[in-house]
Structures are given as C-alpha cells and as structure tokens.
Design a protein around this ligand. Structure first.
Ligand code: MTE
Ligand code: MO
Length: 203
C-alpha cells in the first residue's frame, strides 16, 4: 500500500474525511504556538487599529470601536506550513467584509499588507483578503483569545496557510502591487495555498 492510501485509511479510521486534509498535512488536536519574537504586552487603553495606503480616508479605531462592530462566528480548518492541521476551530470576532464596509478603497488597490506588533507584516491579494470566512478574531473556542495565539486581535484566513493569520494585528495598508511580508521575505510563498502546497519560494 502506498503512503497516500495508508494516510487516507488512517484518517478514515479516526473518523476524519481525508478530503478535508491538504496534501502533506497531519491532523492534530493540539494548538501549537509559533511566531517570531515574543508575545507582546498590550495596553488595551492605548491600542489602536489603523487603515491607510490606498483608501479614501485613513481610519483609526480603538479596541472598543472594534468590539462594538457586529460579531460573527466562523468554524474553520487551519493548516500550518509546518504540516499540522487542526479541524473545526471556532473563532469569534468581526468579519473582514463587515470591517471593510467602513473602508473606501481607491480603485488602484489590489493588495493589502496586514500590520502587527513588532513590525510584523503579511501580504494578501484583495481576492484572498475580502472573503466571508475571514475574520478579525478576539475569541477562540468560546473564550477570550490567548495572548500567545494573538489577543487582542488576530486575523484568521482559513483558506491559506496559517502564517497569513496575523496575530496581534494593528492595521492594514492597501497597495497597488504585491509586497512580501515578514515570512514571505524569509522564504515563504507569496500566496500560500495549502491545497496547492505553496509552502516556500518556488513551490
Ligand atoms: N504577528 C505575528 N503573527 C503570526 C506569526 C508571527 O510571527 N507574528 N507567525 C505566523 C505563523 S508562521 C503561524 S504558523 C501562526 C501560528 O499561530 P498559533 O501560534 O496561534 O498556532 O501564526 C502566524 N501569525
Ligand atoms: Mo508557521
């Protein structure tokens, strides 16, 4: 029996539909913590979220402004480039389309650079960013998001590898071109589709 059919049989024996697991991934119930640098200490009273670049008006929201926006719950499978997949994760927060309904993009905008604490960034094409399943999450599994997993606010982009799901997010810069973010400058793929195994440069 080949490695692929063995893997499919193992997943099926655990009651997992193999069609939910992208190539090269294994399923875990754990929730590993992975990031560059240290978990930031956040003062929520001075915390802000800013929107700039190719927008009609720059915007600045406080944490209370974010909490006052309508909430959504998203159940998503997440896929890390280090090969773990976690199924049925439950997130709550503000959907990207909901937040973006307050932003007027200029016609030239094609990409967004998501900005986070410590100068961390990740790039997304607008087609990948403006999706109904994407959200700015502040709750996970029915509880406040753990600081190690991105509290006070984390972008979740379920259809791409998890490094695009920026923890400790602080804002958005809209661009008329693609620009690599932190991990993308360090060898990770510009897009990161797990179903196409877009892990690293040249994939
Ligand atoms: N701000 C920030 N967000 C980040 C990262 C980071 O280094 N800084 N790493 C990314 C990577 S590579 C992964 S795999 C996931 C890990 O999220 P987790 O620690 O909640 O599992 O966070 C992503 N978001
Ligand atoms: Mo990662």
């Amino acid at each position: 029996m080949g490695v692929f059919s063995r893997r499919r049989n193992e997943l099926a024996a655990r009651g997992i539909d193999p069609a939910r697991v992208p190539p090269g991934q294994y399923v875990t119930d754990r929730f590993p913590v992975l990031h560059a640098g240290v978990t930031p200490t956040v003062d929520i009273t001075t915390w802000d979220f800013t929107v700039d670049g190719l927008v009609a008006d720059r915007l600045r929201w406080s944490y209370d402004d974010i909490l006052a926006m309508p909430t959504v719950q998203v159940v998503a499978d997440i896929h890390c480039v280090t090969k773990w997949t976690k199924l049925d994760t439950v997130w709550e927060g503000v959907s990207v389309p909901e937040l973006m309904s307050r932003v007027t993009l200029l016609p030239d905008a094609t990409h967004v650079l998501v900005r986070a604490e410590h100068g961390f960034t990740a790039n997304l094409a607008l087609d990948d960013f403006l999706r109904d399943d994407n959200l700015f999450a502040y709750r996970f599994g029915g509880e406040d998001l753990d600081p190690d997993h991105g509290w006070p606010l984390r972008l979740v982009v379920p259809h791409l590898y998890f490094w695009k799901s920026v923890k400790w997010v602080r804002g958005l810069t809209f661009l008329d071109h693609d620009e690599p973010g932190f991990w993308e400058r360090n060898g990770y793929h510009m897009r990161g589709d797990p179903w196409a195994e877009q892990r690293y440069w040249g994939d």
